[in-house]
Design a protein around this ligand. Structure first.
Ligand SMILES: Nc1ncnc2c1ncn2[C@@H]1O[C@H](COP(=O)(O)OP(=O)(O)OP(=O)(O)O)[C@@H](O)[C@H]1O
Length: 337
């Protein structure tokens, strides 16, 4: 398939559960690109899980079409299809009487791989998710912590190297500190494996941290906005999105914007630093939040990226506002003469 064919395409997909009066998911169109990490987020009951499960046909759509990698899979054999789509859920679902290695090797075994290949793949995957095989391969699920079990769940979903991974609140039941670590580890892992990922959460912070794009669902599975985290935080599509992203939007923007983004948008600012100012050097890759944090720790009044012009700390703060209009510079003032 051409690089431009969406990896997942939902066309007018709709679900009405038997015996219910309303659609759990009403006709929905969604296109997800190859290698993209898309997060479905929204209030409880808005149809996120139903949408996710229609992609691997754990829930059969009432109408509409599902396309994967350019093929209409709406009516293909669902068991066969599921072997090529990784699936990770909150309750992990490891089989208690099987060792960790056997759990990870479940799908390869179903696919008829030989024993040596299954063992090697399980070891490779345990390494990949940060569990030393010599220590963990022969253990049983109950001998692992919740966070470790969740990593095994990810390894198991990756076992047959599926191009698509579906993840339903995988970190939902994990304490906040471990959760933060798993999120960061998972982002690093994704930068290596580049799967097409659809990830369900009801936590907007998790969505902003992980998603290349976020699909915000409102009540009754209305797709309120489907855009990058920065776009959503900068230009919420409507009042529902505005209230869903809540009060921390400005701070979240600072955590997403990079110093390089500011430099690109500051072409109209021409002033230079005055003498004796405390100017702290930061990097283009640093987020504005990181630059601010360092400037405050250092007591600096300005920050500068290599080869760039100094930016006042208050201008960094203003970058969090979403009052930017087309054509206006992101930051109002440069450094006074
Ligand atoms: N098996 C089912 N039979 C009948 N109705 C269902 C079934 N599963 C889900 N629903 C209903 O469909 C709607 C969407 O549910 P779904 O689980 O997809 O929402 P969700 O956004 O994932 O919610 P949550 O964040 O609470 O998990 C809800 O109104 C729910 O009650």
């Amino acid at each position: 398939m051409s690089e431009n064919t969406p990896m997942i395409r939902l066309r007018q997909v709709c679900k009405r559960y038997p015996g219910t009066a309303a659609d759990a998911v009403r006709p929905l169109d969604l296109e997800i690109n190859r290698g993209e990490f898309v997060v479905l987020v929204g209030p409880s009951g808005c149809g996120k899980t139903t949408t996710l499960r229609m992609i691997n046909r754990l829930v059969e759509p009432t109408s509409g079409e599902i396309w994967i990698d350019g093929q209409d899979v709406t009516h293909t054999d669902p068991d066969e299809m599921r072997r090529h789509i990784g699936y990770v859920i909150q309750q992990v679902g490891l089989i208690p009487h099987m060792t960790i290695a056997q759990n990870v090797g479940l799908v390869p075994k179903m696919l008829g791989w030989d024993k040596t290949r299954i063992r090697e793949r399980a070891e490779e995957l345990l390494e990949l998710v940060g569990l030393e095989p010599a220590k963990y391969a022969k253990r049983y699920p109950k001998q692992l912590s919740g966070g470790q079990q969740q990593r095994v769940g990810v390894a198991r979903a990756l076992a047959a190297d599926p191009p698509v991974m579906l993840m339903d609140e995988p970190f939902g039941a994990i304490d906040p500190v471990t959760r933060d670590r798993l999120q960061r580890e998972f982002l690093r892992l994704q930068s290596q494996i580049k799967k097409t990922i659809v990830f369900v959460t009801h936590d907007i912070d998790e969505a902003v941290k992980l998603g290349d794009r976020i699909a915000i669902f409102a009540e009754g599975s209305r797709l309120a906005q489907f855009a990058t985290p920065l776009e959503i935080l900068t230009n919420p599509a409507d009042d529902f999105v505005r209230s869903f992203i809540g009060e921390g939007a400005g701070l979240r923007r600072l955590g997403l914007l990079r110093m390089a983004d500011l430099a690109a948008e500051r072409s109209e600012v021409t002033s230079v630093p005055g003498a004796g100012r405390d100017v702290l050097e930061v990097q283009n890759d640093d987020t504005v939040a990181q630059a601010l944090d360092r400037a405050m720790l250092a007591g600096a009044t300005h920050v500068v990226v290599p080869g760039g012009r100094p930016v006042a700390v208050q201008d960094l703060v203003m970058a969090g506002t979403n009052s930017r209009t087309a054509g206006a510079p992101l930051i109002g003032e440069g450094v006074p003469e």
